[in-house]
Design a binder for this molecule. Sequence first.
Ligand code: UGA
Length: 435
Amino acid sequence: MRISVIGCGYLGAVHASAMAELGHEVVGIDVDDRRIAQLAAARPPFFEPGLPEILRSATATGRLRFSTDIADAAGAEVHFVAVGTPQAAGSHAADLSHVDAAFESLLPHLADGALVVGKSTVPVGTAARLAERIAEAAPHASLAWNPEFLREGYAVKDTLQPDRLVYGVGEGDEHAASVLDHVYRAAIEAGTPRIVTDYATAELVKVAANAFLATKISFINAMSEIADATGADVTALADAIGHDARIGRRFLNAGVGFGGGCLPKDIRAFTARAEELGRGESLAFLREVDAINLRQRQRVVDLAVDALGGSVHRKRVAVLGVSFKPESDDVRDSPALDVAVQLRGLGAEVVATDPQGVENARARHPQLEYTSSTREALRGADLVVLVTEWREYRALDPVETGRLVAERRIIDGRNVLDAAEWRAAGWQVHGLGRR
Ligand code: UGA
């Protein structure tokens, strides 16, 4: 099919490349000319395993092009809108200005029978409003809402082999569902479950899924607070309750908490939308989820202060990890980077490192000292704080690491180290909810 993807950020760049990989003819559009130039040269503007390969192969075949001119979207049968919906300045609500601008710019270019497909995460009610706008300005076109569930670090796989497909379509719009079936034929033939529903449900599926995941993480982090107060071990607790198939072990890892460009802003926007709907009470618990999450960052900072005898001032602290999770260079709302910044604010001599995130972190917080070398970060440290569980950090050898640092003290902010092994090598080990 002929497809356009409006917005070539994380979601759009991966989606455009994956659609071309599936054999469609794709044009990716973005207003950022630097980003478009990079993508057109088959250079991904961010770190995502697997993306360089499909971007290279799709651009080489000519099936994938990029442009800053929205007029190049004309002629496509399906237009995916994948622009960002960040948290609005000064409020918890989502900023829809990019979505609205993308729709308005696209309207004059919609061919007869074209299908516009929203992929951005939006407050419930947005699709119905945009469908009205299309009915008014381009009645020959229609709208579907097809939320995206990809995880950074696994984005290519999640797009090519999704665990479910959700289509929100207008009342009686069978055409939209059959067009999307065509787009996703490979996944459907592989047996991917597909749910066709109304706009509101499709919009809610996305935010409900992220709210559930955020709640699960904050639940186990709250348990880690109780574990700290009682001498219990939160990891053993998670293993035990995780064996109950109704609960499940995934997303039950206590630590410095969730961050990134999705979970934090999505739960806030969801709460804000519920309040607009007069149903603030229904989602009041998400405020608590947010508060528990932010408290985890403070707990790690407090642990650092305690570990250093009451003050981090002029102490050399090696912060391992700045990206919000491993396999990503994304530092948006990163708990790891936040901890580094707070420690620096308390007067510590912070040296932060990350296998991929250093450049993005430096752009946001140039006041920190960075190195891309783990050994360099560790050298002479009075305290090591592990806050992003990259494989490289999980695999650190306590004896060898002990030779680099000034003092054998470590905070395992992701509860991933074998504390007994580290203690045996002479380390003081501090975790969250771990004895
Ligand atoms: C999340 C969702 O998982 C995706 O399904 C969704 O499509 C995406 O948001 C989105 O809305 O676009 P992502 O932000 O890539 O994906 O990251 P996750 O893997 O969900 O991790 C989020 C955060 O939770 C990370 O900071 C991670 O370190 C933290 N986390 C995760 C924990 O603290 N504990 C856990 O047990 C799991």
